[in-house]
Design a binder for this molecule. Structure first.
Ligand code: C5P
Length: 233
C-alpha cells in the first residue's frame, strides 16, 4: 500500500547537485518522492544526486523519457536496475521498444509517457496526428499495458478514462498540476489536486507550483493536506 505522502512527487528540475541538496534540505519531510530529469543530467552529478536521495530515505523517479531502438532502451533500463530507482519513464510511441524495456525493468515501475501535458490538439496536429489528445492518450496507454509497462504519464484530464479502461492496478501519474488554475506557462492540459485524485490519479508530479512559491515547504505541506483530503473523500 502506497503511503499517502508518497503520492506527491516533486520535480527536482535544477541544474546542479548543490541546488538539489538545498531543495531536499528545504523541503524536509514535506516531500518523500523526487523526480530527477533532464535538467539535472548535465550537472555531471545525476547519479550522485540519485544515490544521495535514496540515502536520505527518499523514493526516486528517473524521468529521462527514453526513446531509441528497442535494444538500446532495454539495455539502458537494465543498467538503471543497478540503482535505487522506483519509477522510470520511456516514451509510449513504439510497442517493440516498450516490450523490450519491460523485459529488463526488474523492480522498477516503468511508465510510458503518452502525450506530454504541454501539448494540446494543435501541437499534435504539427506532429501529423489530427486527433484529440485524450484519444491518443488512451490508445497509447492500452499499447503500454499490453507491452508490459506498469503505468502511464498523462494529464489529470485523461485520468478517469484511463482508470476506467485499465483497472485499478495500472499506475496513472499526472504532471501538469496547477493548484491555483492555469498559470500561463508551458503546461496546457492542467488540473488541480482534487480533480486529479477524484479522476483516479495514483500520483501527481509538481514542480513550479512548489519551487516558485514564497514558502515552498508550506506549499508542499498544503498539497499533502489536499491529497489526504481527496483520498479520504
Ligand atoms: O513545473 P511543473 O509542475 O510543470 O513540472 C512538471 C514536471 O513533469 C516537469 O519536470 C516535466 O518535465 C514533467 N512532465 C510533464 N509532462 C509529461 C511528463 C513529464 O510535465 N507528460
Amino acid at each position: 500500500m502506497t503511503a499517502v505522502r508518497d503520492r506527491l512527487i516533486f520535480a527536482l528540475d535544477v541544474s546542479t547537485a548543490a541546488e538539489a541538496r538545498a531543495w531536499v534540505d528545504r523541503l524536509g519531510d514535506s516531500v518523500s518522492f523526487y523526480k530527477i530529469g533532464m535538467e539535472l543530467l548535465t550537472s555531471g552529478d545525476y547519479f550522485r544526486v540519485l544515490e544521495d536521495l535514496a540515502g536520505r530515505g527518499k523514493r526516486v523517479f528517473v524521468d529521462l523519457k527514453f526513446h531509441d531502438v528497442p535494444a538500446t532502451v532495454a539495455a539502458t533500463i537494465k543498467g538503471l536496475t543497478r540503482y535505487p530507482v522506483s519509477f522510470c519513464t520511456i516514451h509510449g510511441q513504439h510497442d517493440g521498444m516498450m516490450r523490450a524495456a519491460s523485459q529488463e525493468k526488474g523492480a522498477i515501475k516503468l511508465l510510458a509517457v503518452t502525450v506530454l501535458t504541454s501539448m494540446d490538439r494543435s501541437d499534435l496536429r504539427q506532429l501529423g496526428i489530427d486527433r484529440e489528445p485524450s484519444e491518443v492518450v488512451l490508445e497509447r496507454a492500452a499499447a503500454a499495458r499490453a507491452a508490459g509497462c506498469d503505468g502511464v504519464i498523462a494529464s489529470g484530464q485523461e485520468a478517469a478514462a484511463l482508470r476506467q479502461a485499465n483497472g485499478p492496478g495500472f499506475l496513472v501519474v499526472c504532471p501538469g498540476i496547477r493548484p491555483a488554475g492555469p498559470a500561463g506557462d508551458d503546461q496546457k492540459r492542467t488540473v488541480d489536486v482534487p480533480q486529479a485524485f477524484a479522476a483516479g490519479a495514483d500520483y501527481i508530479v509538481v514542480g513550479r507550483p512548489i519551487r516558485q512559491a514564497a514558502d515552498p515547504r508550506a506549499a508542499a505541506e498544503a498539497l499533502q493536506d489536499q491529497i489526504a483530503r481527496a483520498l479520504a473523500g
